[in-house]
Structures are given as structure tokens and as C-alpha cells.
Design a protein around this ligand. Structure first.
Ligand code: ADP
Ligand code: MG
Length: 455
């Protein structure tokens, strides 16, 4: 979105250190490697101090930058705005952007936020100019950037709201001021920080508490803790179900999964019965699709928009991506993240797609941030893959010894160990790759796809 320096100075309460109040920028980034000419660069203090990258950002064509340290890199034709705290200033710019956007659909929940976001954005972008961030962008940097980087003419912005600790959703909702709020589910992600699922539900529900009377709360009827949030909002409530609850406003009536994991299903909705199809995903995405459809319809989407948007959605990387190897085996890359619910979903999907003569294999990394529940959760994961009859499982990361007897030290060693224990991969095999983000298990995927069976 285009903003003038005068806009930015006023919104942030900053001081123009250099440049002209009439100067302008379009969009912002905190990452100097992502600067596109004309952007605002916002240095943030992380592992390193973003101010060290101001010169690089200006070299890359940034129109100007915010700074807590004075004009550290005077470059001709650029501007510098001094602020007390760049992270606060970024939120201020997000609030300014929000005033220019009629509708914001925000999504929170333990799992399925990004999937729902991608579906919803694909549908509503057929109805109106839509802003959406790539990837998750659900924290105190990503959420304001999603607003600031929306197109000038955006009528709708779709934003994810993450919850790593109590109060996060309230903060996010105050920033993005949703007119539509979707809650996907309450699972055990970040259970370590929250202590109980009820505490997680309290936090997620802050999203629907933030809605106005003319807003719409989109709630998962299949999850009791989510359905109960209806009592916590002034907004109109719309429900969705992928689990046969035909009383829900949007429900999945029939579904069929093809061997490549694509799904054909029917949605019963307030705008009629919709024949739908999606690519490259597992059973749980029907819930995401139903939630996205319910939110999209509340924002004016037609039945045709829903069907076309769902089939056209490009899934984000490392989320239930099924890759075929030249050798005829397949790798289900769900390495983006993991918690007990999504582990269960991924293992069930993989068990369902192995060919008749193929085996089910797995590289499993640990599920992070589960607190005192971690050991039990990893023991349960072992029971789960044994229950599905996985042929060979290699585990890596914390608690790896609880998950399988085949423990590797890192993703590369894990891929190699799995290949060896399986006696090479064969046509029809399916290898599921899943772990929490910190494990970086996606690094094993190319090796799994390239490896040829030894003669
Ligand atoms: N409703 C669901 N139940 C269980 N697992 C899910 C569900 N929706 C998505 N997942 C899985 O959760 C993981 C994260 O999905 P994603 O859409 O990126 O969620 P988030 O943005 O909330 O982290 C993936 O493994 C995905 O397959
Ligand atoms: Mg996400």
C-alpha cells in the first residue's frame, strides 16, 4: 500500500530526520533481502540488529527507513524517520493501513490457520481485491506487515493470528480489527506455555470477543471448545463441520480421496450445494475448506467462487505436499510444523495413500513446546505409527528414543538411515516427513526423492 512520509510520521509520532514529507513508499519489510525498490525498510532488533542492514536495504532500492538510532545511512534521495521503537512503529503503520481496508478476515486456532487462510484468500480474491501474506505471518511483525502490504485498492485482507502465549490473540485482534473471525480448532499446540486446552481455548476465543455486532464469528462445530465460543461474541455466528454435523451452516456432505490425496467433496452451504475439489492435502483439510467457505460466503462469495477458489488454491510449501520420485515412490512432505493432532492427521493420510504393494515409511522429528506433556505425547506417537502398521520409522530430535528404535542425529542422517533400514525405496512406497519447525526436517526431502534403490 502506498503511504506518504507525512502519513508515516503522523501515524508513528516519529520525527523526519531527512527527506521530504511528500515522499512516499509502497509496502514495507523488515528483511533487507526482501526489499523491492520503493519500499520502506523497518529495522527490527532480533538475533541481530536490523539497523546494521539499513545501508543494504537502501542499496536495494528502499525509499527510506525507520530508525531508533538516528540517520545511520544517509543515502541521496531517501528518507529517514526517527521513532522510539521500530516494532511499535510497525504496528502503528499497520493500524493506519487498517483504516483503509473495509474488511479483515482473521483466522486463529491450533492447526490449519495457514491452510484456511490460503483457501479463504483464493476464494475471496475472486470477489474483491484481496491482501494476503505468503506463509504464516501471524506474529507482531507479520500481522502489521500483512496490513501495510495489502494492495491500495484492497477491500478484504485475510490474516492469520498466532497464539504462542496468553494475550497474543487479543493483541492481534486489536491490531487487525477483524470483521470476520474464524477459529479452526483448539488442540495442544503450545500446551507447554498454556497449561491446559481450556487455557488455549480462552486465548483463541479472544478473536471472537473482539468482533463487533455487525461482524461474523465462524466457528468449528466439530470442536466443542470452539463451538462454546459462540457465547463469547456479540457477532453473528456461522458454524462449519467436516464431521457430519448437518446442523452446521456449512457442512461436508460427502467426500472421496484419490490416491494422490486430492479430495472431491460436497459442501452444503447457505448459498446451495457446492461440488468441490482440492489438490495435495489430507483428510483434515476438509475442515479448513469448510471454514474458509463459511467465511468467504459471509464476505459475499458465491457457490462458483467457493468451488473455483478451493480447486485453484496453491498450498504453501512443506504442508502436506505429496512429491513423486522418479523411482516410483512418494514423499509426503509435512515438515512445516507438527503437534499431536497434525501428526495424527499426517500419519493417517500417509497410511491411506500407500500403494497396494508399497510400504509406509516415516521420518519423524519431535513436536516442540509441549511442556510436561511432551514425553507422553511422543510415546503416543510411537503407539500411533505402530497402530497404523508403519513398516519403518526413523526418529530425530528430542524424545526421538520414545518414538522409534531408529534414532538419527539430524535430517541428513535420518534420510540415510531410513534408506538403509528399508533396503532402498521401492515403487509404491510412501514416506511421510514430519516434525516441528525447529527440526528443519524438510532438509531430508530432496535426499529421499533423489535416492535410487541400489541394484
Ligand atoms: N484441522 C486439522 N487437524 C489436524 N491437523 C491439521 C488440521 N489442519 C491442518 N492440519 C495440519 O497442521 C499442520 C499445520 O497446518 P497449517 O495450515 O500450516 O496450520 P497453522 O498455520 O495453524 O500452523 C499441517 O501438518 C497440517 O496438515
Ligand atoms: Mg501458520
Amino acid at each position: 500500500m502506498r503511504m506518504t512520509v507525512a502519513d508515516a510520521v503522523a501515524a508513528t509520532g516519529g520525527t523526519l530526520l531527512r527527506g521530504d514529507r511528500g515522499d512516499a513508499f509502497t509496502d514495507a519489510t523488515q528483511d533487507s533481502r526482501r526489499v523491492v525498490p520503493g519500499m520502506l525498510f523497518i529495522p527490527i532488533k532480533g538475533d541481530r540488529d536490523g539497523h546494521d542492514f539499513v545501508a543494504a536495504a537502501l542499496d536495494a532500492g528502499a525509499a527510506g527507513y525507520l530508525t531508533e538510532r538516528g540517520d545511520v545511512a544517509a543515502a541521496q534521495g531517501t528518507f529517514a524517520i526517527g521513532v522510539g521503537d521500530t516494532l511499535t512503529a510497525l504496528a502503528d503503520l499497520g493500524r493506519l493501513a487498517r483504516e483503509r481496508i473495509p474488511d479483515v478476515a482473521a483466522i486463529t486456532g491450533s492447526a490449519g490457520k495457514t491452510t484456511t487462510k490460503d483457501f479463504l484468500a483464493a476464494i475471496v480474491s475472486r470477489v474483491a481485491v484481496t491482501g494476503v501474506a505468503p506463509g504464516s505471518h501471524n506474529n507482531e511483525i507479520g500481522m502489521p506487515l500483512t496490513l501495510v502490504n495489502a494492495p491500495d485498492a484492497a477491500r478484504i485482507v485475510v490474516s492469520e493470528i498466532g497464539a504462542r502465549s496468553p494475550g497474543d490473540v487479543r493483541w492481534g485482534a486489536e491490531l487487525v480489527q477483524p470483521t470476520v473471525g474464524v477459529v479452526t480448532n483448539v488442540g495442544s499446540a503450545h500446551l507447554g506455555v498454556f497449561g491446559s486446552r481450556e487455557a488455549i481455548a480462552r486465548t483463541k476465543g479472544e478473536l471472537v470477543e473482539a468482533l463487533d455486532v455487525d461482524g461474523v464469528a465462524v466457528l468449528n462445530a466439530d470442536d466443542a471448545l470452539v463451538a462454546e465460543m459462540a457465547a463469547r461474541t456479540r457477532a453473528r455466528v456461522v458454524t462449519f463441520s467436516a464431521d457430519g454435523d448437518r446442523a452446521a451452516d456449512v457442512s461436508v456432505a460427502a467426500s472421496r480421496f484419490a490416491p494422490d490425496l486430492s479430495a472431491e467433496f460436497v459442501l452444503e452451504t447457505p448459498v446451495g450445494r457446492i461440488e468441490c475439489e482440492t489438490h495435495g492435502a489430507g483428510p483434515h483439510i476438509l475442515s479448513c475448506a469448510a471454514g474458509a467457505a463459511a467465511a468467504a460466503i459471509a464476505l459475499g462469495a458465491s457457490a462458483d467462487d467457493v468451488a473455483a477458489g478451493l480447486v485453484g488454491t496453491e498450498r504453501s510449501a512443506h504442508r502436506m505436499q505429496l512429491h513423486a520420485s522418479a523411482g516410483g515412490w512418494r514423499v509426503l512432505d509435512d515438515a512445516y510444523n507438527a503437534n499431536p493432532e497434525s501428526m495424527a492427521a499426517a500419519l493417517a493420510s500417509a497410511a491411506g495413500v500407500a500403494g497396494a504393494d508399497g510400504r509406509t515409511l516415516a521420518l519423524l522429528g519431535h513436536m516442540a513446546e509441549l511442556g510436561p506433556a511432551a514425553a507422553d505425547a511422543h510415546r503416543a506417537l510411537a503407539d500411533l505409527h505402530r497402530g497404523h502398521g508403519f513398516d519403518v520409522v526413523v526418529s530425530v530430535g528430542e524424545h526421538a528414543e520414545l518414538v522409534s528404535d531408529n534414532v538419527a542425529r539430524d535430517p541428513a542422517e535420518a534420510a540415510e538411515l531410513l534408506r538403509r533400514l528399508a533396503g532402498g525405496f521401492r515403487p509404491g512406497d510412501v514416506i511421510v516427513v514430519k516434525a516441528s519447525r525447529v527440526v528443519g526436517l524438510e532438509a531430508a526431502v530432496p535426499a529421499l526423492l533423489e535416492i535410487r534403490t541400489d541394484p
